[in-house]
Ligand binder design. Structure first.
Ligand code: RIB
Ligand code: CA
Length: 309
């Protein structure tokens, strides 16, 4: 049976590849895309999402969500994703329109209408999902699990302690992690192991279809910016790990542990405090990815892009 999902994202170069995987893979039924501000302003992440959906010829609703975090001021990540939020690609003129519903309402409608439980995948700040849970807690019993790209039980990437998606809206993450829904956290600990090295770009460029050309164009800019900021030999392809995990459940090593979000406004504000060694014997509330089969990951990316149109 196909896995029904909603993708909440902030495109974003790596979000774009996650959207491609979700839209193209035969085992994924992508019900809709909801957009949040994060890598860029909502106006830009929204336009990027529409452009990607149109370019990939996907027939799914796209809704705009929150233009800022619940408490904090808006943050963007121009150093990595550029002024447009998706620098490196010139899309054809945009004809696709947004679904008229707010992302929170689209998320609630899709969850309540589905006969089967739905997996909610977030690859940006968790603002939309947190607001949906507060507005209509009934959706919790309609969610199979939340699979997020975010957090880290080692170092962060916007502060020593915190990763961007959680750091941008810690209160939203706190709501989701404490909602009682099954949470699977895919953090920097594993996503930093899937670097888009030059040999990967070469491998994907040989597919030579629309999907692979989008991948190559996006990764050129993504890689250059990741090199400038972090000195990486290739950009860590964070967000698609969520979808690849739904495609192949053996991709990741997952450990069940207690995790709290630091919302204390100190130097670790926005940190996912994961009790890896169970020091405190608290109730385990999060399934945390601790390792990834890198070869399997790139095989999933390659084989799915080959399915592309
Ligand atoms: O920290 C990495 C995450 O922040 C990814 O989702 C990337 O797209 C940015 O949103
Ligand atoms: Ca993202």
């Amino acid at each position: 049976m196909k896995r029904k999902i909603i993708l909440d994202c902030d495109p974003g170069h790596d979000d774009a590849i996650a959207l491609m995987l979700a839209g193209y893979h035969k085992n994924i039924d992508l019900l809709g895309v909801t957009v949040v501000s994060g890598n860029q302003t909502l106006e830009k992440t929204g336009k990027n999402a529409l452009n990607i959906v149109q370019y990939l010829d996907l027939d799914i609703p796209v809704s705009l969500g929150s233009s800022r975090p619940i408490i904090k001021e808006e943050e963007v990540c121009e150093v990595i994703h550029g002024e447009s939020g998706l620098d490196g690609v010139d899309f054809p003129s945009l004809k696709l329109k947004y679904d008229e519903r707010h992302a929170v309402n689209l998320m609630i409608d899709l969850l309540l209408e589905s006969k089967e439980k739905v997996t909610v995948v977030t690859t940006g700040p968790m603002t939309n999902l947190a607001l949906a849970i507060r507005i209509n807690p009934e959706i919790l019993s309609h969610i199979e699990e939340v699979v997020l790209m975010g957090g880290s039980y080692t170092n962060g990437n916007v502060s020593p302690a915190a990763e961007f998606n959680i750091y941008t809206d810690p209160e939203a993450a706190h709501i989701v992690f404490n909602s009682g829904v099954k949470v699977t956290m895919i953090g920097l600990d594993v996503t930093r192991k899937v670097l888009v090295l030059p040999k990967i770009v070469d491998r994907m460029s040989k597919i030579n279809n629309r999907a692979s050309r989008l991948f190559v164009d996006l990764m050129k800019v993504f890689n250059e910016n990741q090199r400038k900021v972090f000195g990486f030999p290739g950009g860590p392809l964070h967000d698609p790990v969520t979808i690849a995990y739904l495609i192949d459940g053996n991709l990741l090593t997952i450990n069940h542990m207690h995790c709290t979000i630091d919302i204390s406004h100190g130097p670790s504000y926005g940190r996912t405090n994961c009790d890896v060694f169970d020091y405190q014997h608290e109730v385990k509330n999060t399934y945390v990815a601790t390792d990834i089969d890198v070869e399997k990951f790139w095989n999933i990316i390659e084989s799915t892009m080959k399915e592309g149109k």
